[in-house]
Design a protein around this ligand. Structure first.
Ligand SMILES: Nc1nc2c(c(=O)[nH]1)N[C@H]1C(S)=C(S)[C@@H](COP(=O)(O)O)O[C@H]1N2
Ligand SMILES: [Mo]
Length: 522
């Protein structure tokens, strides 16, 4: 493309003066135009959501990130989780914003000489955002309005800047930068604040804290927690519980508006609302959740007391038909997972959980209702913000992660982890408590063994067995001698089978291998 061609459209005259504008001025103009677009888009999206007129995810940057996540292959998801851990979504948001900023700056530079082309490119970027918004689950046509208005503001700013740059008088661009930047920045800030918290949802969750529920209470046996310093507590507090999901913006539902329907291969479709669920006899259960992306020695797992209604009772009301073997669970944000029907109808504590450690579910963990199913990785069982259960078959339907390279079935693999001493720690010679957790959800742990260097596998002492559905703490008093030592652990499930020692990556159905920790003894 030639840069010396004369302007082709009369309404966009590139006055000679505009050519003297330095590139960085154009870049800042582009950035401010982008900020205005994103800021107004975010603010209007939050307002649209607040008045209940949004169908899906109308905020443009969140929609683009969300659409990106949904197209992420298994290896990239693995990479993101192993690099950024549970900050993977924040990293993606930052990445999206950085790419967008670079594109806007480039368009701004271009706009100095080729305004029409720059405006077309800017509109194209906006169209990508609009398409992302429309591709979000539940998207309504109105969802695209905030993005379109934001883009219009950005286009206006670019042309305005071009006009100002083109006037003969040495114009002062900092005025428009300050005004545009303030407007865009404030809109983004307010939009994020408003979008982050639906007040009705927060109020509905707060109100539930004091509520007393019907049903049986659970007591955790003394001795389930060995109380060793540095060892993960048997019950993980809600604030420290790992979080994994595809939600860029945490769904915040108002409990009183929540409904769950059972559809598909059933004798009769059933729908229950929050009031009905509250009136049920609830159960408390100890269940250790585990992410299939957890690496050997990883921390994408946690144990909690869950309060809820056994989902088998709801399914019994609907009456699954012969031939069905899967339940496709759907979340309000469109995420799905396929759970074996048998795991939801047998006698295990598969719950429609409404409380976590005695508190209404935190928003990040699925408020108001999520599934918790002992024995299965979260990606095939633990739907947060659940809204539909479709009784179907594995032949007919697939959960979210299956076409992305993960196994349709995800039973938790027997495994174990050393928590203390930490890898790379230096400890004093003498008696050292080596301790950790071992798990084989819904089978239970029967034995844990520890090996130091090439020594014999020695049985560790197990904590009291509180539930076969949870991890079990273990400890071994080790007589540590000076030097560098490798400590290994392996677990046996209740059937007597030892965990796999073979190293396997998380994809497609869960990592295996032995956790090894190297320590220095002085
Ligand atoms: N709606 C929804 N539910 C979801 C997911 C999700 O992406 N969206 N991720 C699942 C996965 S992969 C795991 S491991 C668990 C994690 O639950 P937690 O975040 O409460 O620890 O939630 C499951 N439920
Ligand atoms: Mo997961």
């Amino acid at each position: 493309m030639t840069t010396t061609s004369p302007p082709t459209t009369p309404q966009t005259p590139a006055a000679p003066e505009a050519r003297g504008v330095p590139g960085w001025v154009g870049a800042v103009d582009g950035l401010v135009a982008g900020l205005l677009t994103v800021g107004l888009g975010t603010l209007l999206a939050a307002l649209l959501t607040a008045v209940g007129a949004a169908g899906g995810q109308p905020a443009p940057v969140a929609a683009v990130s969300g659409a990106f996540i949904d197209r992420t292959p298994a290896w990239l998801k693995d990479f993101a989780i192993s690099t950024f851990g549970t900050n993977d979504k924040r990293a993606l948001l930052v990445g999206t914003i950085v790419v967008l900023a670079l594109v806007c700056a480039a368009i701004g530079v271009l706009a100095r000489r080729r305004l029409t082309l720059a405006l077309v490119l800017f509109a194209l970027v906006g169209a990508v955002g609009a398409a992302a918004v429309l591709s979000r689950p539940g998207a309504a046509p109105a969802d695209v309005v905030p993005t379109l208005l934001g883009v219009a503001a950005g286009l206006w700013f670019l042309s305005h800047a071009h006009t100002a740059n083109s006037v003969g008088t040495p114009s002062n661009p900092s005025r428009r930068w300050v005004v545009g930047g303030l407007v865009g920045g404030a809109a983004a800030y307010v939009g994020t604040l408003v979008g982050g918290g639906s007040t009705a949802a927060t109020a509905s969750r707060e109100a539930l804290k004091a509520q007393t529920l019907k049903g049986t209470k659970l007591t955790i046996p003394a001795g389930a927690d060995l109380g060793i310093e540095g060892l993960t507590p048997y019950i993980v507090p809600n604030g420290e519980f790992y979080r994994i999901d595809t939600a860029i913006v945490v769904p915040r539902l108002d409990a009183s508006e929540w409904k769950l329907k059972v559809t598909g291969m059933v004798d009769r479709e059933v729908e229950i609302d929050w009031r009905t669920l509250q009136s049920k006899q609830l159960t408390e259960a100890l269940v250790t959740l585990m992410c299939v992306s957890n690496e050997v020695g990883g921390d994408l797992t946690g144990n909690a007391v869950w309060t809820g209604w056994p989902v088998r009772e709801l399914l019994a009301m609907a009456g699954p038909r012969a031939g069905a073997d899967m339940v496709l669970q759907t979340s309000v944000d469109g995420w799905t997972c396929g759970t074996p029907l048998a795991a939801l109808t047998d006698d295990r504590n598969a719950l429609l959980a409404i409380r976590m450690n005695g508190e209404p579910l935190p928003f990040e963990h699925g408020f108001p209702v999520r599934l918790v199913v002992p024995g299965l990785y979260g990606y095939v069982s633990a739907t947060k913000w659940v809204t539909e259960l479709k009784v179907t078959t594995f032949a007919q339907d697939q959960g979210y992660w299956t076409p992305r390279g993960w196994s349709p079935l995800g039973p938790v693999k027997t495994s174990s982890r050393i928590d203390v001493p930490r890898a790379g720690a230096t400890v004093k010679a003498g008696t050292v408590a080596v301790a950790g957790v071992a798990w084989a959800q819904h089978r239970g742990i029967s034995k844990v063994e520890v090996q130091v260097d090439q020594g014999p596998w020695t049985p560790a002492r197990l904590a009291v067995d509180a539930s076969i559905d949870t991890w079990r703490q273990w400890v071994l008093e080790w007589d540590a001698t000076p030097g560098s030592h490798d400590i290994r652990v392996r677990a046996y499930d209740a059937t007597g089978e030892v965990q796999s020692p073979y190293e396997a990556a998380p994809a497609p159905d869960g990592a295996t291998g032995i956790h090894v920790v190297n320590v220095r003894v002085e």
